[in-house]
Design a protein around this ligand. Structure first.
Ligand code: FAD
Length: 323
């Protein structure tokens, strides 16, 4: 059955995030000969339309509006609803990001559509879409079938493969005008104070070097940062390290932190509590460095190094610099 699938681009710091391209590839797969659309909402975002086309969008709906300069739920909901009315999709994909998690259920509820959150796979079985999502902190998975109507799904980054971009493909742009009077918004952003956590975006990183209470101090993160810089990796942390004040909570990975699925996760001085595993156990390759051979992290690790991280990490960095 041919379907129309709309993908809302997830934009952070003026850049379209990879999860958008992963969503477009999934959209192409499930469209079964139907159409794939991209949506760009924001201020000065139309320049990204070609990149959506290169990953498979047949049309790109663009809403340029002053009111969309920062994420404001009412404004974005109105813009997305308008694009949905114009494009009439069967499926709407958003990233399982801070914005997608907020926006998808809001618009789905307004349109009386179904909503599936945090999907890591979508397949067609017996002509129906089957969405897979983790539950119980990644210990089990549910398969959700939506029988009828429009479906909204938020996609966990780094799980679905993005296809190769079609070079030189330019977008068929549809400009959509939306009236968003300032006094119609129940909230607005007064000021954005940006944190300088710098470097690679943790939830999209292909490699993460993560530190736990075993790093012992804020300075203890320095050798981890050096290893991360050598690998082009992001730095993450356990809640133990955050609670101890060694690093910012923005780095926390786990049940109450970020959920990550990099190709390589290097856990340094992290015991492997269940709440930490909930955020990283789906990583493709896990390396654990811990001086306690009984640490639970070794149960999920593909490679384990029993040793002092302050000895092991600098040696790793030096060796990797030679490669
Ligand atoms: P520890 O458990 O203290 O482990 C430190 C490890 O470092 C030990 O294994 C030790 O052997 C090793 N070590 C020490 N020195 C060295 C050295 N020099 N070289 C090598 N190894 C060394 N935790 C999270 O991480 N993320 C969450 O999102 C999260 N959410 C939670 C939610 C709830 C409701 C609760 C109750 C807890 C949550 N926790 C979370 C906390 C979790 O239970 C653990 O307390 C926390 O993960 C422990 O952090 P850690 O592994 O860094 O510290």
């Amino acid at each position: 059955m041919a379907r129309k699938v709309l993908v809302l681009a997830d934009i952070r710091h003026d850049k379209v995030r990879n999860v958008t391209f992963e969503a477009l590839s999934a959209a192409r797969k499930i469209s079964e000969g139907g159409e794939v659309y991209g949506a760009l909402l924001g201020k000065n975002v139309s320049g990204a339309a070609d990149s959506l086309a290169q990953y498979g969008a047949d049309k790109v709906f663009v809403v340029e509006n002053e009111a969309l300069g920062n994420y404001v739920p009412d404004a974005y909901a109105k813009a997305l609803e308008t694009v949905i009315k114009e494009s009439n999709p069967d499926v709407v994909f958003l990233a399982h990001s801070a914005i997608g998690r907020d926006l998808a259920p809001k618009v789905a509820a307004r349109l009386e559509a179904a909503q599936v959150s945090d999907i890591i796979d979508v397949q067609i079985e017996g002509g129906k879409l089957v969405f897979t999502r983790p539950i119980y902190a990644g210990k089990a998975f549910t398969k959700n079938v939506i029988n009828e109507g429009v479906v909204f799904a938020t996609i966990r980054p780094n799980n679905l493969p993005a296809s190769e971009p079609g070079a030189g493909r330019s977008a068929n742009v549809v400009n959509v005008s939306v009236d968003i009077p300032a006094d119609s918004l129940r909230s607005f952003i007064k000021e954005v104070v940006k944190k300088t956590t710098g470097g690679v975006d943790l939830s999209e990183a292909k490699i993460i070097v993560s530190g736990g209470r075993g790093v012992k101090s804020a300075d203890g993160f320095k050798p981890l940062q050096e290893l991360a810089d050598t690998l082009g990796a992001a730095v993450g942390a356990s809640r133990g390290a955050c609670d101890a004040g060694y690093c910012d909570y923005a780095l926390q990975i786990g049940q109450t932190g970020k959920v990550v699925t990099p190709d390589l996760y290097i856990a340094c001085g992290i015991s492997g509590a269940i709440q930490h595993l909930a955020g990283m156990s789906n990583s493709k390759v896990i390396v654990a460095i811990n001086k306690d051979p009984e640490a639970p992290i070794f149960k999920v690790a593909d490679y384990g190094i029993v040793g002092d991280l302050f000895e092991v990490v600098p040696v790793l960095t030096e060796e990797l610099k030679k490669v």
